[in-house]
Write a protein that binds this ligand. Structure first.
Ligand code: C2E
Ligand code: MG
Ligand code: MG
Ligand code: MG
Length: 281
């Protein structure tokens, strides 16, 4: 399509580069109609209390099954959606859908975590989107936790910070996702009252492989979060041994395949029903 648009001067691509640019264009084209074609859905992954191992929250994770491309991983289409600003309408849909699911089908003590990209946060109507998702669904604001990464501080940090503060004023909480993998400084931890710091999976996996550095970093993050009055969630906990190790390091919450993979809304509800039956029995 470059040829249709730009004339002949763009025809000297490396074949391999051309293939990936063309693939990207095709994915973008398909992603543009994904919402209208109902190709997006949400999966939910449990977050458990490190000590009681009871579910305290589910993180909503978007999935795309494209008519032309089949299953496309979020690692591939989220960056594309961010580059093309398609993340704005997609993110609105995710926010509405996740709040509705939690309000309708989950016990009241269970929160929902929703990932938000910087491109969404700096939209002037972001806070209005959150207000609308809460009011339409009837979800109590305290049950919504917004997840952002350090990348929100790379540019338009003031705009992003103000939007998050307004969400906190509504009663929502904000988690700092993938902590330790970004490029930003610790200064912003003074400015924004995050409720939770999510320790990135790479540190958990490192600690599991007996990396003294990873262990030291997790301990330091937990200590820092404690003194700041924030909780910690360890991401990517895949085994019982890792869960035990993480618990001993003092993380407050755990998320990972060991306690549950991302699952359909129906399977998440079935988990609660099973837990209810155990309580009655
Ligand atoms: P994230 O927010 O850090 O989400 C956690 C990712 O780790 C998920 O990948 C999850 O499936 C994966 N994961 C969880 N436990 C384990 C484990 O024990 N082992 C391993 N190996 N992986 C684990 P997923 O679903 O592929 O999502 C990737 C990223 O895409 C997310 O990372 C998030 O940054 C982004 N994303 C997903 N859904 C949305 C969304 O609705 N909006 C936005 N803006 N971004 C989203
Ligand atoms: Mg997340
Ligand atoms: Mg994460
Ligand atoms: Mg991560």
């Amino acid at each position: 399509r470059a040829k249709d648009l730009g004339g002949g001067e763009h025809c000297s691509y490396e074949p391999s580069l051309h293939a990936s640019a063309e693939e990207r264009r095709q994915l973008e084209f398909a992603l543009r109609s994904a919402l209208a074609k109902n190709e997006l859905l949400l999966n939910y992954q449990p977050v458990v209390d490190a000590n009681s191992e009871r579910i305290v929250s589910f993180e909503a994770l978007v999935r795309w099954v494209s008519e032309e491309h089949g299953f496309v991983s979020p690692g591939k289409f989220i960056p594309l959606a961010e580059d093309t600003r398609l993340i704005v309408p997609i993110g609105k849909w995710v926010m509405q859908q996740a709040c509705a699911e939690a309000a309708r089908n989950w016990p009241e003590h269970v929160k929902v975590n929703v990932n938000v990209s910087p491109e969404q946060l700096i939209e002037p109507d972001f806070v209005a989107t959150v207000v609308q998702a809460l009011s339409r669904s009837g979800l109590a604001p305290k049950r919504l936790e917004i997840e952002v990464t350090e990348s929100i501080f790379m540019r338009d940090a003031d705009v992003a910070g103000r939007a998050l503060e307004q969400c906190m004023a509504l009663g929502c909480s904000v988690a700092l996702d993938d902590f330790g993998t970004g490029y930003s400084s610790l200064g912003y931890l003074r400015k924004l009252k995050f409720s939770t710091i999510k320790v990135d999976r790479t540190f958990v996996q490192g600690a599991s492989q007996k990396s003294a550095e990873s262990v030291a970093i997790i301990r330091a993050v937990v200590a820092m979060a404690d003194s700041l009055g924030m909780s910690t969630t360890a991401e990517g906990v895949e085994t019982a041994d890792e869960a035990e190790m993480i618990r001993n390091m003092g993380c407050t919450k755990i998320q990972g395949f060991h306690f549950g993979r991302p699952m359909s809304a129906g399977d998440a509800m079935a988990l609660f029903r099973a837990a209810d039956r155990r309580r009655i029995a």
